[in-house]
Design a protein around this ligand. Sequence first.
Ligand SMILES: Cc1cc2nc3c(=O)[nH]c(=O)nc-3n(C[C@H](O)[C@H](O)[C@H](O)COP(=O)(O)OP(=O)(O)OC[C@H]3O[C@@H](n4cnc5c(N)ncnc54)[C@H](O)[C@@H]3O)c2cc1C
Length: 328
Amino acid sequence: MTRNQNFLGKHFPDINWSFNFPLAKLSYFKLGGPAEIFYKVEEIELVKQILSFCSKRDIPWVLVGGLSNVVLADAGVEGLVLEMACKGFKVLEDGQDSVLISAEAGMKTSQLVSKSVYLNATGLEGFIGVPGTVGGAIYNNAHYLDFLLADSIQEVTAFHVKNDEEIMFSHENCKFTYEQSIFQEEEQVVILSASFLLQKDDPALIKEKILEAQARRLDTQPLNYPSSGCIFRNPANNEFLKKLFPQFANQEFIPAGFLIDQAGLKNQREGAIVVSDKHAAFLINKSAELNIPASSADLKKLIKKIQLTIKEKFQVELKEEVFYLGKD
Ligand SMILES: Cc1cc2nc3c(=O)[nH]c(=O)nc-3n(C[C@H](O)[C@H](O)[C@H](O)COP(=O)(O)OP(=O)(O)OC[C@H]3O[C@@H](n4cnc5c(N)ncnc54)[C@H](O)[C@@H]3O)c2cc1C
């Protein structure tokens, strides 16, 4: 037993910790090594107690949601990987024109969307097929076409682990922009819950938007293979790109998948990791089909190769949308 396992096991004897837990089976990409310690936590108070203890005892920790936007190191993750599974939900105000709801960070994003639809509230329909949790979606300010999750967020309740205190973040203080929030900068802060202000609308229109979003995903995404969705953020448009691709001249961002496709990189492969020919920003895990093991080392090689090619061809730095956990 390691020092970290020993400390946590002794201090929280009633918790059924998993040691050397194979994280790959939980991750959407189905690759990466084990967590030294893993636990799925369902109570907010326990989240705070566990993380505070880790902080005081210098046990490395990370809070995750659905593991749909991470690349796990082949060597695994040192310390505690805590899965946020607190799923509380409340209707705070249900008015004639709007509704204010709050959800804990471990609720599935699609479940939050379903609950809003049930209340005849509009604004979240596009997020119906986003895998993972509300906390993960707030962390990267999930997007669907031009919609950002942040557009509906009123407030976020978070926990500062080192200071052992809850903090409220107003919408402005969350510093939301495309694929960004303050939570990516604040390593000691975890998201506990958030409130969403939504307008009421005609249920038939809401249903139509849901069906449209579902159909669009099925049409454009390679959902039959493990992946982490789009690996790259869409880069900002510029004069050079506008001249090359006038069809996007009016857009602030240019789709990363389009550039990868234009560079002729569809179907490029490193080991079991392949650039999808359906959506070139999706790198997919074809381990089962090719009958070879998948590794995050191969994934990282393919990411580098794409970044170099896109830089050479279009003078654009492609940045990852995924987050890396653990060290190889
Ligand atoms: C098929 C597919 C389609 C996708 N489509 C979209 C899409 O349309 N739009 C989009 O934006 N994304 C999309 N994604 C990416 C991903 O699903 C989303 O970003 C999702 O919101 C991540 O949530 P998660 O709970 O899985 O986060 P995780 O992968 O578990 O974590 C991601 C990061 O967030 C941090 N984190 C998670 N929860 C918390 C918390 N409570 N407090 C602090 N930090 C936290 C983790 O530490 C990690 O760094 C897609 C992915 C797949 C596989």
